[in-house]
Ligand binder design. Structure first.
Ligand SMILES: [Zn+2]
Length: 446
């Protein structure tokens, strides 16, 4: 039989209020937010966040790239904290929730634990990463990328915005060049709640899903070379029109991706006609291709198919189509670090789950007495889109399905047939994360 993990509730009204309170920093007339990184609006929201952290009893420190860390002490300070958070900067036409839900939701977890007087075993650390969006300074996610060692601090500090202002100057301009060395705040795991950046969960009427990998990406630069000739005097059958060849290629690429789908996408995002002129048949077009899939074989199949299509179309239309692969990155799997792995009271369960096929996730552990508990082992892994949430897995298969129910979201855990063990619990978003911490506390004290 199942057992409720906890009935500790976050204060969703307080979280909602916080989100709307910060939305005034950079509010746009249409109800959105324009809060570019290291702008005055960013300073305002950072000041707000710092004060909220301090009011919640957190020790705040800022690293030399401006990322903010609010530490809540745990019983065992020899353990690295669990990180929770996201970002407070937005795109020029951003919304109220992207990044903000993850950061202020983390704050709400702290506030709730404070209200309930709960001390966790490991410390907790909530984070506001600088410049996750990348719209003012490229690339996106640069401070968290520097945190994991993908860039040097000096490199990031010297990056310039469109007006020639360096990242370092902008950081000093708002007074957020901190003292902590980048990367020194270690985490045992990292959990980020984020709004969905695509339409899938909504289309499938799912409330929550879990990222278990970053997509693999293949990028290409392409060029179609035909022949420029007069638009009035060149008969249709004699043309070598680069644009028509690219058009046929683009439509073929769509069919290739559809055929390899649903876990495959391909995009031609740029196409530039050389020396364009109204009355000249396009002779040369440069273009780009972006292919993504979570599956390496699918990416390879995309690659082979698009190359075959290009050569066939080139032959048929008497043009050249050059395809040059400029970036090749396979799926980033969850680099899983086991949380609480030393505790042998819990059998871990493992499931490779594709979010796109049902919004399932696998993060349950089963106690020896048959009760169920959440267990997260987040690891901070830089991936294509934001950070990764990973979970503690073991050797058995289980799936956890989130389904909307009358009292919120029903979590249905389904083990593989050998050990079928269905349970239902009501959890949602940060509530689930909060329960995780609570469970650790209970496991320690019982
Ligand atoms: Zn975001």
């Amino acid at each position: 039989m199942s057992r409720a993990v906890t009935n500790l509730q976050i204060d969703s009204a307080r979280l909602w209020d916080s989100i709307h309170e910060t939305a005034k920093f950079g509010a746009t007339p249409k109800g959105g937010v324009r809060r570019l990184t290291l702008s005055q609006e960013d300073r305002q929201v950072r000041d707000w966040f710092r004060k909220a952290c301090e009011d919640a009893g957190l020790e705040v420190h800022v690293d030399t790239l401006g990322s903010m860390f609010g530490l809540r002490k745990g019983r065992d300070m020899s353990k690295p904290p669990v990180g929770l958070g996201s970002h407070l900067d937005t795109q020029p036409t951003g919304g109220k929730f992207d990044g903000i839900l993850g950061t202020l939701g983390a704050l709400e977890v702290i506030r709730t634990l404070n209200d309930a007087g709960i001390e966790t075993d490991a410390p907790l650390c909530i984070v506001n990463w600088t410049n996750e969006e990348g719209s003012r300074f490229a690339p996106a996610m640069m401070a968290s990328a520097a945190y994991v060692g993908d860039f040097t601090v000096e490199d990031i500090l010297s990056r310039k915005d469109a007006h020639g202002v360096t990242f370092g100057e902008a950081l000093d301009g708002i007074g957020y060049r901190g003292e902590s060395k980048v990367g020194t705040q270690k985490f045992s795991g990292f959990v980020e709640l984020h709004i969905e950046q695509g339409p899938i969960l909504e289309a499938e009427n799912k409330t929550i899903g879990v990222v278990d990998h970053g997509q693999g990406v293949f990028w290409y630069d392409g060029k179609v070379t035909g022949f420029e000739s007069h638009a009035g005097s060149t008969p249709m059958p004699l043309r070598r029109d680069a644009l028509l060849a690219l058009s046929e290629f683009a439509l073929t690429l769509e069919q290739i991706a559809l055929k390899l789908g649903p876990n495959a996408v391909a995009t031609i995002g740029e196409a530039v006609i050389a020396n364009p002129s109204r009355n000249v048949i396009p002779g040369e077009i440069a273009f780009t291709i972006d292919c993504r899939s979570a599956n390496a074989d699918t990416l390879e199949a995309l690659d082979a198919s698009l190359r075959a299509a290009a050569s066939e179309i080139a032959k048929k239309r008497k043009v050249e189509i050059a395809i040059d692969q400029v970036w090749r990155a396979y799926t980033t799997p969850a680099d899983i670090v086991k949380w609480n792995a030393a505790s042998d009271d819990w059998h871990t369960t493992k499931a490779a789950v594709d979010l796109r096929e049902g919004g399932a996730f696998s993060s349950r552990m089963e106690a020896k007495d048959g009760s169920m508990g959440f267990d997260f082992a987040g690891t901070y892994t830089k991936i294509a889109e934001h950070k990764l949430i990973a979970y503690a897995f073991g050797d058995r298969k289980a799936e956890v399905h989130f389904e909307p129910g009358p009292n919120g979201v029903v979590v249905r855990v389904v083990f593989d047939p050998e050990t079928m063990h269905p349970v239902e619990q009501q959890q949602q978003g940060w509530q689930a994360i909060l329960d995780n911490f609570k469970r650790h506390v209970e496991a320690k004290t019982s």
